[in-house]
Write a protein that binds this ligand. Structure first.
Ligand SMILES: Cc1ncc(COP(=O)(O)O)c(C=O)c1O
Length: 385
């Protein structure tokens, strides 16, 4: 039997070692004096004093532990109000929250499809979407990233061979977590409608960033009512924690009755739900609009004069190829005072290791230009402006 230590040695030898270093990092800050370009705190809300105050108020009013699963006695008014506000922001009739985005995927996908059905995922979808699809027992098909013709071919073949009975669930992200590009939602919707398939869009990295109210790319592209299952998380732009699904009332009722990660898990702290309501209010307020504008300005500052992709998203990958080169440059940047993580397989495909720069509305233009200068030799660049 292969020992755990042998397996650990193999992980090290492949340059895929990971460990925990306690370097917490929100907005643009990090412990140990590093300037962070690593967090998903795109609007800087993880340290927002008004949300912190709402958390305190939530503790006083609703308590810190929910003491039960949602269906037993763990549902407080704070959870229900948060769900009502999220549904509104997502332009849908109903919403259900989970303890994390990961739990939302793991509960929702197997509740919707089973062994008789088919799931078709974009190749670059997040691990939780792929794991949930596998857990469902449905036939799993993968289409090349954003490749609409290939997606349509798979859909056509499934319907031609299996008729109209199987449920087909197409899964994509609005903003891809490691590539920072977006999906062509209106075109995807036209295709999935043609084959009577459902579409799940994970807005983990689009929520709070896009749309007039910060509802995400579905809001910006005016397709909220046409996406069957809108998934999101409060752990990124909203600066807190907790996943959610928005959609039709029947979808949400089905999840309440069938989503195992929802049913068999203690409800998230009600104080957290209360704080999240404030985060949602803030995201849709004038301050939210200003933070989105500040973020867009920072994205422009970082990308101008380079051949880096300009997708208007705060995730900017600098693809280097091998694990070692990505780790070496990340370590060099750390010595210069910047926290920029190296992302390796299996988070990204083999030989596509990269630095993942993530920008926040909290970064100053000076700090962004300093990072640009430090990164200059590695950028597909036309030079620092
Ligand atoms: C695209 C995507 N979906 C889902 C998740 C999971 O969300 P959470 O961190 O709330 O579990 C993440 C976060 O890592 C993600 O990047």
């Amino acid at each position: 039997m292969r020992s755990i230590d042998q397996e650990l040695a193999e992980i090290r030898a492949a340059g895929l070692w990971r460990s925990l270093d306690g370097r917490g990092s929100m907005g643009a800050s990090a412990e140990h004096g590093l300037l962070s370009f690593a967090s998903n705190d795109y609007l800087g809300l993880a340290l927002d004093p008004e949300i912190a105050e709402a958390f305190h108020e939530g503790l006083r009013r609703f308590g810190h532990g929910s003491a039960s699963s949602r269906l037993i006695c763990g549902t407080s008014h704070a959870h229900l109000k948060l769900e009502a506000e999220l549904a509104q922001l997502k332009g849908r009739e109903a919403c259900l929250t989970f303890s994390s985005g990961h739990a939302a995927a793991m509960g929702t996908i197997p509740a919707l499809v089973g062994p008789e059905d088919v799931v078709i995922v974009d190749k670059l979808s997040h691990a939780c979407l792929i794991d949930a699809a596998k857990l469902s027992g449905a036939t799993l098909r993968v289409f090349p990233h954003n490749h609409l013709e290939k997606l349509e071919t798979i859909l056509r073949n499934v319907r031609a061979k299996q008729g109209s009975t199987p449920r087909i669930l197409v899964i994509t992200e609005s903003v891809f977590s490691m590539d920072g590009d977006t999906s062509p939602l209106p075109e995807l919707i036209e295709i999935k409608d043609r084959y009577q398939a459902w579409l799940l869009v994970d807005e983990a990295h689009g929520f709070g960033i896009f749309g007039e109210n910060g509802g995400g790319l579905c809001e910006e592209m005016n397709v909220q009512s046409r996406v069957d299952i809108q998934m999101g998380t409060l752990s990124k732009a909203a600066g807190l924690a907790g996943g959610f699904i928005a959609g039709s009332p029947s979808l949400i009722e089905l999840l309440v009755n069938r989503a195992r990660s929802f049913i068999y898990s203690t409800a998230p702290p009600p104080a957290l739900a209360h704080a999240a309501r404030y985060a949602i209010e803030l995201i849709r307020s004038t301050k939210g609009t200003e933070l989105r504008a500040a973020l867009q300005k920072n994205i422009e500052i970082f990308t101008q004069g380079t051949d880096l992709p300009t997708n208007r998203t705060p995730i900017i990958p600098i693809v280097l190829g091998g694990n070692e080169i990505a780790l070496t440059i990340s370590a060099q940047l750390k010595e210069q005072g910047f926290l920029v993580p190296a992302i390796r397989y299996p988070t990204v495909p083999r030989n596509r290791a990269r630095l993942r720069v993530s920008l926040s509305a909290m970064h100053s233009s000076e700090s962004i230009l300093q990072l640009r200068k430090a990164l200059d030799p590695h950028l597909p660049a036309r030079g620092v402006p």
